[in-house]
Ligand binder design. Structure first.
Ligand code: GLN
Length: 547
């Protein structure tokens, strides 16, 4: 790789050790938010060691939610945390996978760019990794700081090239421009009543074996770390005791930045980079958190979907409810209803006591009839309903069958030979054979119809929301539906695609073909979620819902 001039940005590399799921994404987002609060331009990227080109083709049961960016990337769910904490928009550049990196290198090899050479992990793969990190640094704004989260844990075979690439960057740009943070677990052993530092020591040893000396350690722990313990960890890991940062288990992920700030993490980084700045402005964040901690009331909202066993599959929806609960001063308890096991006979029981029902996005026919049965129940009983993507499609099918009178209407995704395909494949999708990255993806403009409920919620005519779908409302049924009382509050600007539905004579029955949950932020909840929760509060008051 030709040595490029030294980038203006500073780089913070986040690695993880001991076990996965320690919350590296949250820690990285928190540090990003803290630096942003001090006036720096900060962005974050994620490097994923798996060989899939993107998570778009993976089962949500394994990988969790597929996060979609404005520019149409199907990305890791950590990008959702980055957006929610930093209130910025991510894009394709912000997530690279081993699959993408090899794809680029191999296509260059086929084009003859390496004629005569042997293509190897070092330097070709590592150079491609560095190129992608530098591409983020010089993208759009001039980022002051680029935080890079490396997926997986130190010691994984797959993540070795990433670690080698970031090691090289430290060598090339020096400690004033590159910092390494390592997130580990400091477990408490109840039988001996002791906090154990050995896993952290081993994890740092593995990191140092490949030539990376962490500048600070972020220690996930359920118990406070005493100064002696910090000194011990620091001594074994060659890290100053004040750079051993306690990351105590928090009730809310939004507390983590404040905890890390209290531990002095940001100052350690700023000192290393010799960056000067004032005190952080965390007023709004703190106020929002305070409001979150003491909600005067609570209510139940059901999520009726098929991935209810893995809540990560609905990460952004869960967070959107947290944000909307805070502005509405209510604690939203989510009740998970597995649509595969819902029938006409037990739906009333399963939804008893809820003040609203949300049907999220999804693919495939498993659990579809259960969702349709849930829509019927909430429509007839005037319980607030919110359908997202597949949720809208289920609402359309239900309305077709029971109100429009199109017996056994369906989506052609689930019943290709249905007589009434009220939801059908979009025309441009019909010729596509490849599965990866071929859906209607990313931000699309949407025209909100004046006079609609959607307009009352958004308060503007032109909005932009993110999509991920192949199927759509079938326009040949538009008139019949409108006559029967379903209205289309949002349309694509050419009016060819129905983006939002609503019905008459119902307190709150809204469906959208896009994914509003992807744009909800901690300090800026999405209007659709905010209003849905408000409608649930009203329903609760009207009906004095009790268990
Ligand atoms: N399976 C449906 C489609 O492709 C819905 C997609 C979704 O909910 N994201 O249109």
């Amino acid at each position: 790789m030709p040595r490029s001039s030294k980038p203006k940005s500073k780089f913070i590399f986040f690695t993880g050790g001991v076990v996965s799921s320690l919350g590296k994404g949250i820690a990285a987002s928190s540090l990003g938010m803290l630096l942003k609060a001090r006036g720096f331009n900060v962005t974050i990227m994620k490097l994923d060691p798996y060989i899939n080109v993107d998570p778009g083709t993976m089962n949500p049961f394994q990988h969790g939610e597929v996060y979609v960016t404005d520019d149409g990337a199907e990305a890791d769910l950590d990008l959702g945390h980055y957006e929610r904490f930093l209130d910025i928009s991510m894009g394709k550049l912000n997530n690279s996978t081993t699959g993408q990196i090899y794809e680029s290198v191999i296509s260059r090899e086929r084009a003859g760019d390496y004629l005569g050479g042997t293509v190897q992990v070092i330097p070709h793969i590592t150079d491609e990794i560095k190129k992608r990190i530098l591409a983020v640094a010089s993208s759009e704004a001039d980022w002051d700081v680029v935080i890079v989260e490396i997926g997986g844990t130190v010691g994984d075979i797959e993540s070795q090239p990433f670690l080698e690439a970031i090691r090289q960057m430290g060598l090339e740009y020096g400690r004033r421009s590159v910092a390494y943070l390592h997130l580990t677990l400091v477990p408490y052993i109840p039988t001996s009543g002791e906090i154990k530092t050995k896993p952290t020591q081993h994890s740092v040893k593995a990191l140092r074996e490949i030539g990376i000396q962490p500048d600070a350690l972020i220690c996930r722990t359920g118990h406070r770390l005493t100064p002696e313990l910090k000194r011990k960890i620091g001594m074994f890991c060659s890290v100053p005791a004040n750079a051993v940062i306690e990351a105590i288990d928090a009730e809310s992920i939004y507390e983590v930045p404040l905890n890390l700030e209290r531990e002095g993490l940001t100052n350690i980084i700023l000192k290393q980079f010799r960056l000067k700045c004032g005190r952080p402005d965390l007023t709004v964040w703190k106020e929002t958190l305070e409001r979150a901690q003491n909600p005067p009331s609570e209510l139940d909202i059901a999520i009726c979907g098929k991935y209810t066993g893995l809540h990560d599959a609905y990460k952004s929806i869960i967070e959107a409810f947290v944000h909307s609960g805070i502005v509405n001063e209510v604690k939203v308890n989510l009740r998970w209803v597995d649509s595969e096991f819902v029938t006409d006979n037990d739906i009333a029981e399963k939804l008893k006591g809820v003040s609203g029902v949300l049907i999220p996005g999804g693919f495939g026919d498993r659990g579809i009839e259960g969702k349709i049965c849930a829509v019927r129940h909430v429509r007839e009983n005037k319980i607030p309903f919110f359908g997202i993507c597949l949720g809208l499609q289920c609402a359309v099918v239900e309305f077709a069958r029971h109100i429009v009178g199109l017996n056994r209407a369906n989506s052609s995704e689930f019943a290709p030979r249905t007589k009434f395909p009220v939801i059908d494949l979009m025309p441009e999708q019909k010729k596509l054979k490849k599965k990866g990255g071929t859906m209607r993806l990313g931000a699309q403009p949407c025209h909100i119809q004046p006079g609609s409920i959607a307009y009352r919620i958004y308060g503007q005519e032109l909005i932009s929301e993110r999509h991920r779908h192949r199927y759509e409302f079938n326009n040949i049924y538009r008139k019949q539906f409108e006559k029967a009382g379903m209205h289309f509050g949002g349309l694509s600007p050419d009016h060819k695609l129905i983006e939002m539905i609503e019905i008459e004579d119902h307190p709150w029955f809204i469906g959208c073909q896009f994914h509003p949950e992807l744009k909800s932020r901690f300090i800026k909840p999405h209007p659709l979620f905010r209003e849905f929760v408000q409608a649930a509060i009203d329903y609760n008051k009207r009906n004095q819902v009790t268990e």
